[in-house]
Design a protein around this ligand. Structure first.
Ligand code: MRU
Length: 356
């Protein structure tokens, strides 16, 4: 996507120097900084502290972690150690497990001297595939929007950040929105702030603004009210994992939005590339929900009047915290799942699963 007339992806590499470049998302929207990652531990760190985040992007970042590891030492022991460390870096998004397993499957039967070269090519292909899948998601989502579009502003609510920053390019939930905006449709996006890390307020608002898509940031707690007022025509969110029966694991708070959408007869769509569908899981309880540090609730990051980045504590010093990062929206609240292969209802997903 374009930032100030220059095209960027969220991650790219310099194979000859064995360097991976990422946009440091912990600094946005206040600073646009590119960080160089040149070792496996540095990539594990970048994923853990969420310099890179979003299910598809952490998948590709982890695959780059394997390529960096193979560049340093292509032995079996190092490959399996790298895979284990990367898989443990964040537990919920299946894309990360999927990407690492795909790299290991390709590498383990290969002579050691060929491994590094193969890994760089494989991860580059994976990154291209992600961008390509998201473009298709955009087109399928655009058809949905067009089928419901009337001659007034079409209002879409999203949650967290499932835009290009969460992927290699174009995004999942935001891909249909970019496609609709670029096709000249009058779309407006409600952006929930997405406490505690504020990926909606910090990242989604920033990238929609960079692309010129009209949007408004609202407090997380405002979304039920907006729906009751008839101000939401469609909800589109991303996901970190979709079970074979169509249950959707996504950023904490997604379930509440789905409940409110159901009560207000508003279509609730989930946009994912097919690697986000976990065919090995049919019960949502099998998904490991990441719990993050309570400081994410206690400490707010922002800039002061002088433009300096600051952190301020907003909780009493002795407040107890609990910080689950994801929840599961049951399939019965999901209208459809927009993938690069088309739009599927949870019932269709279930049928495909039963035929597997
Ligand atoms: O904790 P994050 O910021 O990695 O969570 C991101 C989300 O929950 C996204 O909605 C999801 O990964 C889909 S991204 C295309």
């Amino acid at each position: 996507m374009k930032i100030k007339d220059k095209n960027y992806r969220t991650i790219w590499s310099d194979e000859n120097q064995a360097i991976v470049h990422i946009i440091d998302q912990t600094k946005l929207p206040h600073a646009f900084e590119i960080v160089q990652v040149s070792s496996l531990p540095a990539m594990v760190h970048a994923i853990k502290v969420m310099q890179v985040r979003g299910a598809p992007l952490i998948g590709v970042a982890a695959a780059y972690g394997i390529a960096l590891a193979m560049h340093a030492d292509a032995s079996d022991a190092h490959l399996h150690d790298a895979a284990q460390k990367l898989k443990a870096s964040r537990p919920t998004a299946v894309n990360l497990q999927w990407a690492v397993s795909r790299m290991v499957a390709g590498l383990q039967s290969m002579p050691l001297e060929d491994r590094a070269k193969w890994a760089w090519t494989a991860v580059q292909n994976m990154a291209d595939e992600d961008a390509e899948q998201n473009l298709h998601i955009g087109q399928h989502g655009l058809s949905l929007i067009q089928s419901r579009y009337r001659k007034k502003t079409f209002q879409i609510l999203t949650h967290c950040n499932a835009g290009w920053l969460a992927t290699v390019d174009y995004g999942t939930a935001l891909a249909p929105i970019y496609a609709a905006h670029d096709a000249g449709l009058d779309v407006h996006v409600w952006v929930g702030e997405t406490r505690p890390r504020n990926q909606g307020a910090s990242l989604t608002a920033w990238e929609l603004s960079a692309h010129g898509v009209p949007h408004t940031v609202v407090a997380d707690n405002a979304v039920g009210y907006l729906m009751q007022q008839g101000l939401v025509d469609m909800v589109i969110v991303g996901a970190d994992r979709v079970t074979a029966l169509g249950d959707v694991c996504n950023k904490i708070g997604t379930y509440l939005r789905a409940l409110a959408a159901h009560d207000n007869h508003i279509p609730f769509y989930v946009a994912v590339p097919t690697p986000t569908i976990d065919w090995t899981i049919s019960h949502a309880a099998q998904i490991e929900i990441e719990h993050r540090h309570g400081d994410e609730l206690a400490i707010m990051q922002g800039v002061n009047a002088a433009g300096e980045l600051q952190h301020v504590r907003i909780l009493p010093a002795d407040a107890l915290t609990l910080n689950p990062a994801f929840d599961v929206t049951p399939a019965n609240l999901v209208t459809g799942i927009i993938t690069e292969r088309g739009v599927f209802s949870p019932a269709e997903l279930k049928r495909i699963y039963s035929e597997k």
